[in-house]
Design a protein around this ligand. Structure first.
Ligand SMILES: Nc1ncnc2c1ncn2[C@@H]1O[C@H](COP(=O)(O)OP(=O)(O)OP(=O)(O)O)[C@@H](O)[C@H]1O
Ligand SMILES: [Mg+2]
Length: 402
């Protein structure tokens, strides 16, 4: 039987329970099938790999949070959130734990910080032997669209607790006297129930301080918040989120036991997100790498937007779902992007051959000519020819000059 040795290797890896090796051997078989012209079989295997990665992404297990550490009543679905007495607007939104929660993608440092916090709750008994408690207050900061809110939802969900989200700017009333009352109302609601309190857009508070009028009143508001944050430690967990960490003064900063900085995703995290956001489009690792290459510097939210636009293009053009049309769709989407700061993305839209030359000559990208050939639809021999000419060097000068 043809390809028997590849099938044998897959079975061996499967029996050893080594998912990574199975993946690698299936990729090997795919490349042999491709060479033999069996594109249909390659696609079937691609779909199988996709389905497997989807199940791997199922939400991880919940942690049982001790009642002595997070106190209060169970929050029922018909509980009414507190409201601003002047406007009647709700002071927070309530999200209950759900099986559909998305696991955020982070690089190693952030991933370990987030999982570490959850693990502390899992090992609360161990911690108590040293007379310490799990972390109850975290400040998450980073640029827009980096997954801060998503991460807060994920943490609450892993802990099996409802999440109360209050936007600080929503608490700030045009009548400052009401603001202090709103803050007190919010915290007393949060402390009454077992929940995670999320203070989103936390920097709104700091901005308020710059207002030269109302200085005394604002101090009072900030103090109310600080006191409530201190008091809250006895009741439950608080997560605060800000885009502008520099705006927060040390007194606020100190209130949080741990700080997590989420930045624009590095290449591994980008690839992981792109693979997720492109689903159900079957995209090979080489295609995903090329996407991640062009989309360096983008936030998770931006990556999602680009991938969604690519899928729209593919659907509307009724394109065959092969690597070349996925790549074409990316070129189309990026061509419409207003401003591209990334040289690879810019070259992709300005001069395709220069882009291929850039990718083929970039050793850090670690893509073989065959892979670039397949992912772009150029084919290996054309890529080899383009690579020699190094056209990207001269085009790069235009990028610098622009
Ligand atoms: N790290 C990530 N992992 C997975 N998905 C992400 C990530 N970052 C962003 N996303 C996607 O982008 C969407 C928006 O992310 P989110 O609202 O959490 O960002 P944010 O950092 O809170 O942004 P903002 O500062 O604008 O409020 C998410 O729902 C998700 O689909
Ligand atoms: Mg947010």
């Amino acid at each position: 039987m043809e390809h028997f040795s590849a099938v044998q290797s897959i079975i061996r890896a499967g029996l050893n329970g080594d998912a990574k090796a199975v993946d690698k051997q299936v990729r090997r078989l795919q490349s042999r099938l491709r060479k033999a012209g069996s594109e249909k079989e390659v696609e079937v295997l691609e779909r199988l790999l996709h389905a497997a990665s989807e199940t791997k992404e199922l939400a991880p297990s919940r942690v049982e949070v001790s009642r002595s550490l997070v106190t209060g009543e169970e929050l029922s679905r018909d509980a009414n959130p507190p409201i601003d007495r002047e406007t009647g607007a709700a002071l927070c939104e309530i999200a209950f734990p759900s099986d559909e929660i998305v696991t955020p993608v982070h690089g190693a440092t952030v991933g370990e910080a987030v999982e570490g916090m959850i693990e502390e709750w899992q090992s609360a008994a161990l911690l108590s032997s040293m007379d310490v408690e799990p972390t109850k207050s975290v400040l998450i900061y980073g640029p827009p669209g980096s997954g801060k809110t998503l991460t807060a939802h994920y943490v609450a969900n892993r802990l099996g607790l409802p999440l109360l989200t209050a936007r600080i700017d929503g608490l700030i009333s045009s009548f400052l006297g009401t603001t202090a009352r709103n803050i007190a109302g919010l915290f007393s609601f949060a402390n009454r129930y077992r929940c995670v309190l999320l203070l989103d857009e936390f920097d709104a508070l700091a901005k308020l301080r710059d207002d030269p009028q109302e200085i005394g009143e604002i101090k009072r508001v900030v103090n109310t918040l600080l006191q409530n944050l201190d008091e809250r430690r006895r009741h439950g967990i608080t997560i605060a989120i800000t885009n502008h960490d520099r705006l927060l003064d040390p007194a606020v900063w100190r209130r949080f036991e741990s700080q997590i900085h989420i930045d624009a995703p590095h290449s591994d995290a980008r690839e992981h997100m792109i693979a997720r956001f492109l689903k159900p489009v079957p995209a090979s690792p080489a295609t995903i790498k090329l996407f991640a290459y062009c989309l360096a510097g983008l936030s998770g939210a931006d990556l999602e937007r680009v991938c969604t636009a690519v899928k729209r293009t593919l659907a509307l053009n009724k394109s065959p779902q092969n690597a070349a049309s996925v790549f074409d769709a990316l070129v189309g989407v990026l061509s419409k992007a207003p401003h591209l700061e990334n040289q690879a993305a810019w070259m992709l839209t300005e001069d395709l051959e220069a882009f291929v030359s850039l990718a083929a000559n970039d050793h850090d990208l670690r893509l073989k000519q065959t892979e670039i050939g397949e992912a772009t639809g150029f084919g290996q021999s054309k890529v080899s020819e383009i690579k020699q000419k190094k056209r990207h060097l001269e085009v790069a000068e235009r990028f610098v000059a622009q």
